[in-house]
Design a binder for this molecule. Sequence first.
Ligand SMILES: *Cc1c(COP(=O)(O)O)cnc(C)c1O
Length: 435
Amino acid sequence: MLFHSTNGKTQGVTFPTAIENGLADDGGLFMPANMPSLPAAFFRNIPEMSLQEIGYVVCNTLLGDFLSSEAIKSIVDDALDFPVPLRKTGEGDNLYVLELFHGPTLSFKDAGARFMSRLLPALFPDTARRTVILATSGDSGGALADSFSDSPSTRVIVLFPRGELSRQQVAMFCNRPNVTAVEVGGTFDDCQTLVKQVLVDKELNAAVPLTSGNSINLARQFPSIIYYFHAYARAMEMSPDSGKVVISVPCGNLGNLAAALMAKKMGLPVARFIGANNANDTFVEYLQTGGLRPRRALMTLARAMDVGNPSNLARIIDLYGGDLESLRKDVVGVAFSDREIVQTIREVYERDGYLLGPQSATAYRALRGNLLPGETGVAMATGHPAKFPQAMMEAVGHTTPPPPQLDGLNLLSLPAVKIPPAKSALSRLILRNQP
Ligand SMILES: *Cc1c(COP(=O)(O)O)cnc(C)c1O
């Protein structure tokens, strides 16, 4: 399998090159030239398969040209070594939540980050030192810092927007020996733009080779594909005669939804997906109008979805060859205000005693209004509620007991280098503290 750029100029690239560069030379995102299909027998057996077994088959299909089966098995087993349970909610027989937040840093980004940290040494055993750079809207920073904590040869540079993350989130990537935390005087989109600018700077990369740690890098984005097969498998396992499965995804940078649609192209027999936005509804607007209007992100309670210019929209457009009509057949878009998100958290808590994180609540609400009789709905619960205390306080007046993953975090001292949203400042910083 070969890869091309969503900007069309770069073609015929191998997986290792796509991973090493993160972004194509022409500034586009790498995409598989075509998505391979999984055989019908796989879908018949899938309700009996574990997450790791499913992950192995999916990754072997995608990456078998570049890695041995043994290597793929060990990466998958090690990366996905935490539970991802499907929970039934108290609302009817057909509504489920898939909890993707039981990894070491409590968000679905653990899977991609852990996969990437194990994939890099398997693909490039000889590279002595490496720099992974990323922009975080909250959860990626912690996930990458944790995943690379056992690889001292990798330096991780995390850019985060000033004043937008909770202390828990910042604490997860500060105070780590091989992580440089960089507070940018700007938004998440500014951070993301800076990362893209340094990634395509040839001179800088000749001095310090950089790899993207965001979902623009397929090493991070691909593993989310596994979750959709798992969601389908668990739904079929729980209710074997359930009708069609509908999966709702809370969207920010659209890496997760792009993975969902890649799974569909690989044959996943779901009826459709729902792409849920908060007030930052660039994607929902695109679905409605076909127009792409990137804008400054608004700050909401579902912070991990506060993206005004979602990178992975380019992948989704590429996957559908720009055919908006066929994309609309596979995805319905819905957007909710903070008030609606808070109301949903409160309603579900009062009814079931179950706390949804703000992102998960957005996906859950979108599902509720969009199921036909006989359909089974799964909302992707992407983040643990304990990471979003502000939304919890507003919704139910208290937070949730912190899971053990949050023990021992130093919330008092959060050292970070401060820079303005300027490429020159970031380049200087990269050159100054080389690994
Ligand atoms: C990153 C994140 C999202 C958004 O995922 P994208 O792939 O960027 O669309 C949603 N929820 C949580 C908890 C996240 O951390």
